[in-house]
Design a protein around this ligand. Structure first.
Ligand code: URA
Length: 428
């Protein structure tokens, strides 16, 4: 086996054999295939795609590159959720304790934000004292105590993906269906969950900009999960505008706690409940009542236990950015567009995200939305509040929000404003 012939096969539109896939993934993980060779192969895969059996074998090879976790000792069914990434997507925060309160165990191994989408771990690290890095024994302990754990995936889980994802990030090869599907599913299958609900985002703020592309990704991932014995379902959900009214770490934690307290924005509550129902169904608990668990405080109780078990203080005040800038509505009428990508980019430029993996994020930075598409607005009223500790970042954020990112139509054209549903489809 040699890397060059494997690259040539894919470059020329061929199909990789099982042996080629097993070899190249293992050799890359071991450092025997160079980054520049894997970059060329990733680009060839991006351009020429992979057939289903190739994706399945690639995923299996990535799973086999590391350890597999096992929650078999728990007396509870396990359920996990994975989102393909969006702006203001804080759903994991209320969802994990909510599903735990309904009787399933939720081992949620999560990532950090890179680019314009936020990362769950960055959000939770806004809580004073909270620790993302847990040993396998600690993960089992928090899960047994609180019923849910949200933490960083250990170094041993799908190390091939860890290496390849970092390479794809700097070589323009993230947006490839086979590479995204195998990356996500290798980690989720290695994590050892019994059931999995995928939240596949569609729209400007997502990897997949169109419904057919998102459906194709969802079908591939559902197939991979099912083949590996994980009960897998996907919801296709809107990411043309941010979820909820905040994008940014501490801002999103605050909004998530509002949801757990029985309030919060309607779209966040609706998606949290829709995903909770899917997870509970997949875990074999179809009669559980997540709406009641939000209303009666039992989900909040699980949240407090989960945060405390990981060193966090659920009662500590959350960080607040030192500087604010208000963006007014440009005209009177009905807000027709508030573009997810633009808001994500603005939040990122304000310091909520990082440009390089080594950078730290500002806990208080981000964007607060005072109106959502479909809402009436009056010229000059506050539309967005930008938050940062470093005011020299305001210009870059405002640039991201210029042009067609924010649009208002006159009230008499309100009927033309089509506000997308939160849930656009389902793949099982
Ligand atoms: N999330 C992942 O874990 N991998 C991808 O390739 C894209 C999103």
């Amino acid at each position: 086996m040699d890397a060059i012939s494997i690259i040539r096969t894919k470059r020329d539109g061929g199909v990789l054999s099982d042996e080629q896939i097993d070899w190249v993934v293992a050799a890359y993980t071991a450092g025997e295939v160079a980054d520049e060779q894997m970059s060329a192969l990733a680009m060839a895969i991006l351009l020429n795609g992979m057939e289903r059996p190739e994706i399945a074998r690639w995923t299996a090879a990535m799973i086999n590159s590391g350890e597999r976790m096992d929650f078999g000792a728990l007396a509870l069914p396990t359920a996990d959720k994975h989102s393909t990434g969006g702006v203001g997507d804080k759903i994991t925060l209320p969802l994990a304790p909510l599903v735990a309160a309904c009787g399933a165990a939720v081992p949620q191994l999560s990532g950090r934000g890179l680019g314009h989408t936020g990362g769950t771990l960055d959000k939770l690290e806004a809580i004073p004292g909270w620790r993302a890095q847990l040993s396998n024994a600690e993960i089992q302990g928090v899960l047994a105590d609180a019923g849910a754990v949200i933490c960083a995936a250990g170094e041993g889980l799908a190390p091939a993906d860890r290496k390849l994802y970092a390479l794809r990030d700097v070589t323009g090869t993230v947006e490839s269906l086979p590479l995204i599907a195998s990356s996500i599913m290798s980690k989720k299958i290695a994590e050892g969950t019994g059931s999995l609900v995928l939240d596949v985002k569609v729209g400007s703020g997502a990897f997949m900009k169109t419904l057919p592309d998102a459906r194709a990704l969802a079908e591939t991932m559902v197939g991979l999960g099912t083949d590996h014995g994980v009960r897998t379902v996907a919801l296709l959900t809107d990411m043309s505008t941010p979820l909820g009214r905040t994008a940014g770490n501490a801002l999103e934690v605050r909004e998530s706690v509002e949801v757990l307290a029985g309030g919060g924005p309607a779209d966040v509550v609706a998606l949290t409940l829709a995903l909770a129902r899917e997870m509970l169904d997949a875990a074999g608990l179809p009669d559980a009542d997540p709406e009641r668990a939000l209303a009666d405080g039992s989900a909040m109780d699980r949240w407090r236990r989960m945060i405390s078990a990981q060193g966090g203080d659920p009662d500590a005040p959350l960080p607040v950015a030192g500087e604010r800038h208000v963006v007014p509505a440009p005209a009177s009428g009905v807000l027709s567009t508030l573009d997810a990508y633009a808001v994500g980019l603005a939040a990122w430029r304000l310091g909520a995200g990082r440009a390089r993996k080594e950078e730290s994020v500002q806990a208080g930075a981000g964007v607060e939305l005072h109106a959502k598409p479909g809402d009436p607005v009056v010229a000059g009223q506050p539309l967005l509040t930008l938050h940062t500790d470093t005011p020299e970042r305001f210009d870059g954020a405002l640039e991201a929000l210029a042009g067609a990112a924010v649009e208002v139509v006159p009230a008499e054209r309100a009927h033309e404003v089509a506000v997308p549903e939160t849930v656009l489809g389902r793949v099982a």
